[in-house]
Design a protein around this ligand. Sequence first.
Ligand SMILES: [Zn+2]
Length: 187
Amino acid sequence: MALRTRGMNLGAARAYVKERFKDVGWNRLVARLPERDVAEVWDTLILPTGWYDYSVHERFLDALDAEFRPVEPDLGRELGRRAAQSDIRFYHSQTIAFVSPARVLDQCARLWEEHYSEGRLEVEERGRDSFKIVLVNPGVHWMVCSETVPGWGERAIILAGARAARAEHVLCVRKGFSHCEYVVDWE
Ligand SMILES: [Zn+2]
């Protein structure tokens, strides 16, 4: 089955662009997208728990990169940080407790499955303030594995109470590895 993503992923992307680049930026971005994507998804009420075709997200990220990379080199990480904020607000009120950085990362595996229909995250503790995270990558956009996932992780850890956090993408399927891998440290 083709990869699908939850509406909360798309909703966070839309919110990021509108907040960061305002309506004028949003309109420029939308002008780069197929009319059908705009009419069926971007101009609608996006249901956070609904499933959407992943190609919609892919075309959006291509357009985002083309339109805004020149003015915002940190684009994908910013998007990840914004997504972490809405996810944590969403889940915090539900069943997942974000009480410490270690606990937040522990919940990551489950959060991946809440966002994507395929692939998975495996979290392995390296030390008290350090984790290794393996992403069995189902073919998400390059910006997601190399920028958005680390940006998400850093912000989630900060929101869970760390003073500083760093997530490094150390292996990538785009470089021929069988999976993507991250090392996450915090203080
Ligand atoms: Zn990767």
